[in-house]
Design a protein around this ligand. Sequence first.
Ligand code: BJW
Ligand code: ZN
Length: 243
Amino acid sequence: MHTEFQRVATALDRSAVTLVLTGAGVSAASGIPTFRGADGLWRKYRVEELATPGAFHRDPALVWEWYQWRLGLVRGSAPNPAHTVLAELGTRFAGLWIVTQNVDGYHRQAGSRRLLEIHGSLQRSRCLECGTRKPTPLQPGIPYCSCGGMLRPDVVWFGETLPVAALQQSLELAQNCDLFITAGTSGLVEPAASFMSIAAANGALTVEINPIPTAVSNQATVLLRGEADQVFPAIWSILEDKI
Ligand code: BJW
Ligand code: ZN
């Protein structure tokens, strides 16, 4: 059947270094809303207006309300088959890395270990005064540190720099991988949006998993038009049959 699925399964089997870049669509089947889709709306705000240092400075209670709502959804749900298959693939292929823009922690929860969380984590907060990091408390209102400073979600907002080591490692993987798979991301937010073209320029086979065309579809050699929680299990079953 699906020759494109077969092609990706074979490429995974042969690849020394594989980079899988994931975005919000990978957690959609867990009931976590994406940012820019029809279900991605929250009240009348756009992510570009809420996920910024300026928004937090102007109205920390509003921004915290948004993050508390999302944290509640994340803690009340669980990883889906896309996460679990990616964790299985990581066990089977020692050269497979996941770079995620997601802050829900589901890849780690599913068991992935060669994992770079380049936009931080919703599960963690940090103090604006003393810099201490701690698990995000699930509580209404603005949480404070024991030093009295205000806590903020330990995520990367627009205009902020990504964690240096994770970004550096991601760029090296993009340059050195044989196979690059982007899944469930609109490809609009930099620098992650450039990873596929970096991989393509260095000779990697590039694959996109997404039900609809995106800003980076033109960089992909193989287009798997479907939902990540179905496409990854389909690829996994081809690999299982091979053994
Ligand atoms: C399914 C599915 C299913 C649905 N299966 N798929 C160069 C040029 C222009 C601008 C810039 C530039 N370099 C930097 C910038 C500025 C900015 C930027 O990129 N702006 C653009 C909007 C143009 N970037 C930054 O500021 C970054 N910082 C930086 O680069 O620092 C240096 C610098 C600063 C300033 C200027 C220049 C340099 C930081 C970006 C931080 C992004 N932060 C957020 C919030 C994180 C915390 C949180 O989660 O709250 O990250 S924004 C939001 O977007 C979040 C996401 O990780 C990110 C990406 O979203 P994603 O994952 O792609 O989700 P969606 O909703 O967009 O797409 C979902 C997709 O899934 C869709 O395609 C669906 O079809 C699909 N889907 N169901 C598979 N079942
Ligand atoms: Zn503090």
